[in-house]
Every structure is written in structure tokens, then in C-alpha cells.
Write a protein of this length. Structure first.
Length: 258
């Protein structure tokens, strides 16, 4: 089973898109609620949004399966990334709006969760680790860019409206101070989008686990509010808005390569 695709680039940059997948195996799909079968919590179109990264020489890692199968940006121990706040888990049973993912009594048990980790989660992480190691061995450094998107308003998860762009570096622990400063300057130098660093989204498991700036591995997460490039109600791509956003994203990735 192909659980991901990997484009191997030549630059010291890996773009990981762990929530881009939309596929759900039939045996799981049959147990989902009607609303969950539409996989509404997908990071819609992020692989398309970052398609230009190939031109920069970046590697891209893209899963095939929905986060409802297994969330690749959670630790396999399923420890909450945001203690005390509403969130979703390794094999989510709640949607982002708080409604159930599964029909009553159909949630996965511990054995099924472990099976999904081995079948879907582990291959992605082995590929991610191997690609980081390959690029680091070639260049002596590497940047892992975690590309995400989310609806801008989700009361179950956070209050109010999310900023357009949400930069996460685990409070500065997952990347060098120099890189965070350069990215901050790039964001501060534009006037089209509001932004925040290490606000509600500080970086998920991948950012926190793989970022080792002292070893030359910087990890950065960018959570984009989907209104910036698509219609959040219909999930339709907005060409003009997306092209404008891609200009800034290109600038941010180029900053990572400086």
C-alpha cells in the first residue's frame, strides 16, 4: 500500500504535509458519521499550495491517508500537545467542531490504533527521518518545514479568529534563533497578512520531535488560515488569493535556504 509520496529534492529543505491526505479505507469509512465521511478537517490543497517548492529544490513528503485514519502529527504515545485545551488525538474520535468522527460504539480500540500506527504512521516517520538524514549528510544542515492549514474559526479548539499565518517553533526550541528572526522579519515586512509566532499553534509532534537546531536540523511549522487561499465553506481553491499567498510562502522558504 502506498501511504505517502516523496519527492526527493537537492536543497537542504524538506516540506512535510502530514494532513494533506484524504483517503480512508473502506472498512474505516463505513464506521464514520455522515459528516466525517467528507473528511472536513483535511488541510485542503496544501500540497498544491506548496507545489512551487520543487522549483526551489525542496523535498516534499505527502501522505495519502486522512488524519481520521491516523494523525501523523501526533506522537505514537498520544500525549496531548496542548494540555488543558480541547484537541484531537492520534486516531481522532472528535472532529474539529467537537462532533463525533465515528458512529456510536464504532471507535477504534487500542489494538486497532496500534495497527494503524504500524501501517500508516510509522512508514511516514521513517521516510521523514531518512530524508532529513540524507539532506543533512549532503549539506551539513537541513530545514524541516511543516505545512498546515485550518479553518480560521473553530470554537471547539480556540477562541475567536485565528491570525492568517501562525508560525510555530515550539517556543523557539525547534529552530535556531537566527532562522526564527529572519522569518519574523520576512513576515513583519509584508502587509497583506496578519501573523503570530508561537500563539495557539506552537508546532505539533513533528516540529517538536525532529527540530534539533544544535545539530543543524531546524523545524518550523506554519499553520495557514484557509480563508487566505480557498473558500472555507465549499473547500474550493481561490486562484487569485492562492497565487498571492504563494508569493509570500516562496519568500519564507527562500529565507530558510539563506
Amino acid at each position: 500500500m502506498n501511504t505517502f509520496t516523496l519527492h526527493r529534492g537537492t536543497a537542504p529543505l524538506l516540506v512535510s504535509l502530514p494532513h494533506d491526505g484524504t483517503q480512508v479505507p473502506d472498512a474505516i469509512m463505513a464506521r464514520l458519521t455522515a459528516s466525517a465521511r467528507r473528511v472536513p478537517d483535511t488541510d485542503w490543497h496544501v500540497a498544491r499550495l506548496y507545489g512551487f517548492a520543487r522549483e526551489l529544490g525542496a523535498s516534499l513528503l505527502v501522505p495519502t491517508q486522512s488524519r481520521y485514519v491516523v494523525d501523523l502529527n501526533r506522537g505514537e504515545d498520544d500525549v496531548s500537545l496542548y494540555p488543558g485545551q480541547n484537541t484531537t488525538g492520534l486516531c481522532p474520535v472528535r472532529q474539529f467542531d467537537g462532533s463525533p468522527v465515528y458512529l456510536e460504539g464504532m471507535e477504534p480500540g487500542p489494538d486497532e490504533v496500534r495497527e494503524r500506527v504500524e501501517r500508516y504512521w510509522l512508514p511516514y516517520h521513517l521516510a521523514l527521518r531518512a530524508e532529513l538524514d540524507r539532506l543533512h549528510a549532503t549539506h551539513g544542515r537541513v530545514v524541516l518545514w511543516e505545512a498546515h492549514s485550518i479553518r480560521g474559526q473553530l470554537p471547539f479548539l480556540f477562541e475567536g479568529l485565528l491570525p492568517d499565518l501562525n508560525l510555530g517553533t515550539a517556543g523557539g526550541a525547534s529552530c535556531s534563533p537566527e532562522l526564527q528572526q529572519r522569518l519574523g522579519l520576512a513576515l513583519a515586512g509584508q502587509g497583506d497578512y496578519g501573523w503570530v509566532a508561537n500563539g495557539r499553534f506552537k508546532g505539533g509532534h513533528i516540529t517538536r520531535h525532529y527540530g534539533r537546531p544544535e545539530l543543524g536540523v531546524d523545524a518550523v511549522q506554519l499553520e495557514v488560515s484557509q480563508r487566505c487561499y480557498m473558500d472555507e465553506a465549499t473547500h474550493e481553491w481561490s486562484p487569485g488569493a492562492a497565487e498571492r499567498l504563494q508569493g509570500l510562502l516562496r519568500s519564507l522558504l527562500q529565507t530558510c535556504l539563506e
